[in-house]
Design a protein around this ligand. Sequence first.
Ligand code: FES
Ligand code: FES
Length: 186
Amino acid sequence: MIVKEGAGESVTGPMAKRGIKRFMKKKIPLSFTVNGEEVELYISPNRTLLEVLREELELTGTKEGCGEGVCGSCTVLCDGVPVRSCLTLAMEVDRHDITTVEGLGEQGEPDPLQQSFIDHGAVQCGFCTPGMLMSVKGLLKRNPAPGEEEIRRGISGNICRCTGYTKIVEAVTAVTTGSNRKNHEG
Ligand code: FES
Ligand code: FES
């Protein structure tokens, strides 16, 4: 690895490693929006967005499954686009807008998508649910009326070991077609 220091000089070997360690220990300022609230804090440059959300901000709705970008349980929205927070460095979201599952509904007043998941049995152990919801939210922003194939593609990066996915697809379809709302009104 080559690290540039000073006036363009290249430094390699133990000196470079010491420089990197010093940089990692140094805290850097981070400011971003989470669920509509502005947040400012100091973090080590190697902290992931997932760590900052869960450990610094106590937003533990976002789950850590694999920790390496495979399961999708850590999915949040960054400027409306689903991202895996375990693979995203917190410093990458500086000045961006993050939405986590806590930003979807209120206590006792869930988001229609959350309600539909409940109504259709699309939540079983619930571990995948926050990431699944955020992936679906991202999909619905891009395409408010996805068909079954598009829904399945939209959640293809989220692993669920309990539901077999069919109930999740039904829950999303009920929201996009308005049938869940009718059930609640009727
Ligand atoms: S915890 Fe991030 S993808 Fe599995
Ligand atoms: S509800 Fe258990 S993993 Fe999806």
